[in-house]
Design a protein around this ligand. Structure first.
Ligand code: NAD
Ligand code: IPM
Ligand code: MN
Length: 370
């Protein structure tokens, strides 16, 4: 039995703690079954940390995250903290973790599970069998670029500005992750930017092209403007294998892609750093959705994106492929049995809340492991 895998759990705000509770039960189940025992700790982030400690994330929490083998993150933010201003945003918790741990590659898989083909707002034939990987750069671009601010102009009006910026190494390291993933998949990478409008977009295209020629010429590389990509994702998403793109375009396109799978509540993610000499790397796992203030506290949130993020954690941080597949299978089987949270309801299915969905997955795990 493997032990001493250090896992830091950061539930955050809104539905974060609600969906994280269901993952905790999966973790307890694995412990009871002696499949794996984690050295678990948890901490406050986001609005919860602002309320308790006056800051969205403390340096102690960042240190704990650096020390952990993997971090499982919920979601942060909500209207309660809107009035505190830009420097006290709950969202700084996740941005700080990505930056401080240098988690530059955010993997966002959009996979359409068979039982959910009808849950997408798109026609079944368009999404059936979809298995797409969006690799989103996550420590650079306009999210972190300087200068940024709001200034007063000589004529008295104000000007707000941010900076989109990418260096050669920032582009190469995330593109390399995309190419390496593609090599184990359908060997196709589509690099997405707006080289027709943005200098940084043109530079992105040139840099990815040069890297491809140098190291990955065996793979197919195509380029697409981000606006066209948004359209193509809705028109014919199965044309894509791996998409690699900047921080902000990846944010937008992955929310869009989530609806191909049925709901924002279905999409997990892994955010990875570079491996060190011993092969160890920082890694954080989180659903792509936020704290969903409109449904928080109602017990109706879909816990699957959070649970599937935990499955990604097992796969990417601990090489526990069988155990990850077991959890994914349990999720698919429960959906196939007709249970649905509100966001993925369809005709002839039974509506359940967060807790019943979690319990059903545990029962299914019991069956699969029997
Ligand atoms: P959101 O993702 O929280 O919600 C968008 C819509 O999707 C809402 O209608 C919500 O009810 C629904 N939804 C999201 N997750 C769901 C789930 N698991 N089950 C069922 N329905 C679900 O986006 P938003 O409303 O734009 O943002 C709310 C807050 O969350 C903001 O403060 C935002 O900054 C923050 N946010 C945080 C993260 C993060 O912590 N990683 C990610 C995205 C947004
Ligand atoms: C996401 C979120 C975050 C982002 C916010 C909360 C900072 O939308 O993880 O997709 O924009 O990266
Ligand atoms: Mn987002």
């Amino acid at each position: 039995m493997a032990a001493n895998k250090k896992l830091l759990i950061l539930p955050g705000d809104g539905i974060g703690p609600e969906v994280m509770r269901e993952v905790r039960r999966v973790i307890d189940w694995m412990d009871r079954r002696r499949i794996v025992t984690f050295d678990l700790s948890d901490d406050l982030v986001g609005g919860a940390a602002i309320d308790a400690r006056g800051t969205p994330i403390t340096s102690e929490t960042v240190e704990k995250a650096k020390d952990a083998d993997a971090v499982l993150f919920g979601s942060v933010g909500g209207p309660k903290w809107d009035h505190l201003g830009f420097q006290m945003r709950p969202e700084l918790a996740i941005l700080t973790l990505r930056k401080e741990l240098d988690l530059f590659a955010n993997l966002r898989p959009a996979i359409v599970l068979d039982p959910l083909v009808e849950a997408s707002t798109l026609k079944p034939d368009v999404v059936r069998g979809l298995d797409l990987m969006i690799v989103r750069e996550s420590t650079g671009g306009i999210y972190f670029g300087e200068p940024r601010g709001v200034e007063t102009l000589p004529d008295g009006q104000q000007r707000g500005f941010d900076t989109e910026s990418y260096t050669t190494s920032e582009i190469e390291r995330v593109a390399r992750v995309a190419f390496e993933l593609a090599r184990k998949r359908a060997a196709r990478v589509c690099s997405v930017e707006k080289a027709n409008v943005m200098m940084s977009g043109l530079f992105w295209r040139q840099t990815v092209t040069a890297l491809h020629q140098r190291e990955f010429a065996d793979l197919e590389l195509t380029h697409m403007y981000a606006d066209n990509c948004a359209m193509q994702l809705v028109r014919n998403p199965k044309q894509f294998d791996v998409i690699v793109t900047s921080n902000i375009f990846g944010d937008l396109l992955s929310d869009l892609a989530s609806m191909l799978t049925g709901s924002l509540g279905m999409l997990p993610s892994a955010t990875l750093g570079a491996p060190d000499a011993s092969g160890r790397r920082h890694a954080l796992y989180e659903p792509i959705h936020g704290s969903a203030p409109d449904i928080a506290g109602k017990g109706v949130a879909n816990p699957l994106a959070q649970i599937l993020s935990f499955a990604m954690l097992l796969r990417y941080s601990f090489d526990m492929n069988d155990e990850a597949a077991l959890i994914e299978r349990a999720c698919t089987n429960v959906l196939a049995s007709g249970l649905r949270t509100a966001d993925i309801m369809g005709p002839g299915t039974a509506r359940v809340g967060t807790t019943v969905m979690g319990e059903s997955i545990l029962r299914e795990l019991d069956k699969l492991a029997a």
